[in-house]
Every structure is written in C-alpha cells, then in structure tokens.
Design a binder for this molecule. Structure first.
Ligand code: FAD
Length: 393
C-alpha cells in the first residue's frame, strides 16, 4: 500500500468520518483542527438513503439512533403564535435526525484510536512534489505527508492554499444563517416553531429532552463584509437584521448574547470542476457544500468520506486512480443534492407577504395524508442518488 500517511484538515463531520475509514483500511491519518477542541453546537442534521447505509457500514447507526432528536412536526406560526401551516417530521427530519454536535462527538470517538488529532492548529503552506506534500503549520513543526485532504468546510483553508481564492468556487445564494443554543424559552415539547416576515425567518426547536432549544435565524441579504472570527460583530449584524421583527423574536435575540455556542455564515454552495490537485483532495463542504437549505450536507460528507477512503484502499493508495474514481462516484449525487439546496430559500425565507401566503398554503396541503408518502419519496430521491460500492476493510 502506497501513500499511508494522510493529513486531514478539519475535525467536524467529514474529517473524522474519513479518518475512521482510512485507519480501518490500513492508512495513518492525522487530523488538524483550528479550534482548540472539538466544536459543539449546530442544529439538527439528518440522514436519508445512502448516508444511512454509510453510517451502518461504520457500525455507528445504532449509536446515532440512540442520540436522535425524536423531533415531531414543525409548525409555522403568525405573529400571534397561531399555527398557519405545518410540515410532517418525515419531510424535515429524514430517516434519523441528530444534533450536529452529538454526531461530531460520535465520529470523533469512533476515529480517535487510529488517528492522531492536532487541535488548535492550522496549515500555513503546502508544497507538493512527486514524493509527497511538505506542510507547515501555525504551531507544530513542518512535516511531510503523502496526501492532504481538505475537510475544512465552506471557507476551506486547504482549498485556498491548493486551488485558489474562494471567490472562484463559493456561490452566495443570497442569505445568512445563524444557529445557537438557548434555554427552552417557548416551552416546546419535542417540537419546532417557525415564524416568517418578508426576508426573515426565525426558527426554534426544543432539544436535549426539552432542556434547551436550538435557534435558527435566516435572513436575505446581499453579500456582507465582516470578520468571520468575530462573533460579537456577527451578533450585532443579526440584531440589526432582526430588529423590529414580531412574534418572540426580541426574547430570542436577547438569549443570543449569552449562548455557549454560536454559528454564523452565508448560505452558499461550493461548485468546482475538480476536487483534487495532485496530492491534495477536498471532501465535504470544502468541495461541494450544498447549503444548509439542502438538508444534505452532512449526508454527503459521510458518504464522501466512505467513497474516498474506499477508493484509496481499492487502488492500494494510488491517489491518481483513487481521486478520479471518487469524483466519478460522487459527481451526480452531489449535483442532485445541490439542486435541492438551490431554491430552498424561496420557501424558507420568502421575500414578500404574497410568497409567505403561497408557501403556507403549499405546506398545509403537504400534511394531507395522501401526500405524505409522496413527500417522503421526493426527499429520498437525492439521498439515494448514489449506490455505494463495497470496499472490504
Ligand atoms: C459549529 C458548526 C455548526 C454547524 N451547524 C450547522 C447546522 O446547524 N445546520 C447545518 O446544516 N450545517 C451546520 N454546520 C455545517 C455542517 O456541519 C456541514 O454542512 C456538513 O456537516 C459538512 O461537514 P464538513 O465536515 O464538511 O464541514 P464543517 O462542518 O463546516 O467543518 C469544517 C471544520 O473545519 C474546521 N476548520 C476550518 N478552517 C480550518 C483551518 N484553517 N484549519 C483546520 N481546521 C479548520 C472548522 O473549525 C470545522 O471544524 C455547522 C458547522 C459547524 C462547524
């Protein structure tokens, strides 16, 4: 087996999932993560179709099921908290739904034994030749790896170093999203409530057996200039964007200032003609972010990790063959998942009262019993747009 020593940048979902499979296939993965420790937080993420199979092959489906959210239907309300529409859980929660932070923890624990983790560090340069990739870090001494994988998200550092500026690959869909943990302010019982005004949606789900809630704020906006590492400034941006919004928004915004975790980003897609360049390759959001509106990002990360590691093993470590096959396997699946994310904003954050009314009518009709099966099948289509090969570990 060639190219055993592999560096992965990013320890969220894609990175640890890949590390798990690489070590099962006999490689030596190292993961470098910029945050000082595993990052908690995030909303619920779900699995459907091929990604369920990937979890099962990892032997983690049982554990994921034990941690699932058991979320019921999501209700859309008006400013007086009166229901105006609802969406069945089959549509929102896939086959199994889990908090992002819980999933990251499960993948980290499962991969830990066969992986070297370096927290609180980041790659500063990559220089590749026929033998390998010379890597320098912010803190650790320089090292040479056979291959480098960028699993470092929408604003990937590896992508910037090995492929070029993100403006070439990141396509802004016209919205910003924030997710944070708050007390269960609305006393929700395994349920979610969403409120929309033109261009702004506020969503709250109860979480962790109703002991807390996860808040999601989404607003339409042209691209904004802000420091991605300055949470205080991002909170101020949100407070401005949601000032004067009705329903429970002011109470929810108050809770934002004291949240233990805070996520803020543009809603964007990553589109690239190729996911590899020599000995570097991209995985998950770094390569093919579909946007949180697609509901497919986490599934794609887990499937992509399975395929990339499997193809490397099948090619006995030959990266040229493996990277080409990884792209071949994943391309059409990624395209279908991205398609699901492209128009989500029109439904999630309609920009006029007429569009909100239309959206609510549509969602009301979706709860009718004969439609339910159809909705579930529609949601499954993209999730099943790949058939996973067997890669004996
Ligand atoms: C804290 C957090 C909360 C999230 N919440 C949600 C959510 O509620 N809903 C949703 O749909 N999606 C959410 N996402 C995104 C979601 O996890 C991804 O869309 C999907 O799971 C694919 O995961 P990924 O591992 O490819 O990328 P990501 O989950 O984005 O992970 C990228 C990882 O790379 C790390 N990283 C970034 N730059 C560097 C660097 N220079 N060096 C080393 N490491 C670096 C990041 O800290 C992060 O851990 C969240 C991501 C994070 C990090």
């Amino acid at each position: 087996m060639k190219n055993r020593n592999i560096l992965i940048s990013g320890a969220s979902i894609a990175g640890p999932a890949l590390a798990y499979w690489l070590s099962r296939h006999g490689f030596n993965p190292t993961v470098v993560e910029r945050a000082p420790a595993l990052r908690d937080g995030g909303y619920a993420v779900d699995f459907r179709g091929a990604s369920m199979q990937a979890l099962e092959r990892m032997g983690l489906l049982g554990e994921v099921r034990r941690a699932q959210t058991h979320m019921g239907a999501v209700t859309f309300v008006n400013g007086d908290n009166k229901p105006v529409a609802s969406l069945p859980s089959e549509f929102m929660s896939g086959e199994v739904e889990i908090l992002r932070g819980d999933l990251a923890r499960i993948l980290y624990e499962a991969s830990r034994q066969g992986t070297e983790y370096l927290f609180g560090d980041s790659i500063t340069s990559l220089t590749q030749d026929e033998q390998g990739v010379r890597v320098t870090f912010q803190h650790a001494p320089p090292r040479t790896f056979a291959l480098v994988v960028g699993a470092d998200g929408l604003h990937s550092n590896v992508r910037a170093l090995a492929f070029g500026d993100e403006s070439r690959f990141v396509h802004d869909l016209g919205y910003y999203v924030s997710i944070f943990t708050a007390p269960n302010l609305l006393n929700l019982d395994y349920a979610g409530r969403f409120y929309t005004e033109p261009g702004r949606t506020v969503g709250v789900y109860s979480a962790r057996q109703n002991t807390e809630s996860k808040v999601m704020l989404v607003f339409a906006s042209p691209p904004l200039k802000y420091d991605r590492h300055d949470s205080a400034r991002q909170k101020q941006l949100l407070a401005n964007a949601f000032a004067g919004t009705g329903w429970e928004t002011s109470r929810i915004l108050e809770a934002m200032w004291d949240t233990p975790d805070f996520y803020f980003d543009s809603i964007s897609q990553v589109r690239m003609d190729s996911w590899s360049n020599g000995r570097t390759v991209l995985l998950g959001d770094a390569a093919y972010c579909a946007s949180p509106l697609s509901g497919m990002g986490t599934g794609m990360a887990v499937v992509g990790a399975y395929v990339l590691a499997g193809e490397l093993a099948a090619a006995a470590g030959d990266h040229r063959t493996a990277f080409a096959r990884y792209e071949e396997q994943m391309r059409s699946y990624v395209q279908q998942c991205q398609k699901q994310g492209q128009d989500g904003g029109d439904f999630f954050v309609p920009q006029s009262r007429a569009m909100i009314w239309f959206r609510n009518q549509l969602y009301r009709s979706m709860s009718w019993v004969p439609w339910k099966g159809l909705i579930a099948r529609m949601a499954m289509r993209a999730g099943n747009a790949i058939s996973l090969k067997e890669y004996p570990a």
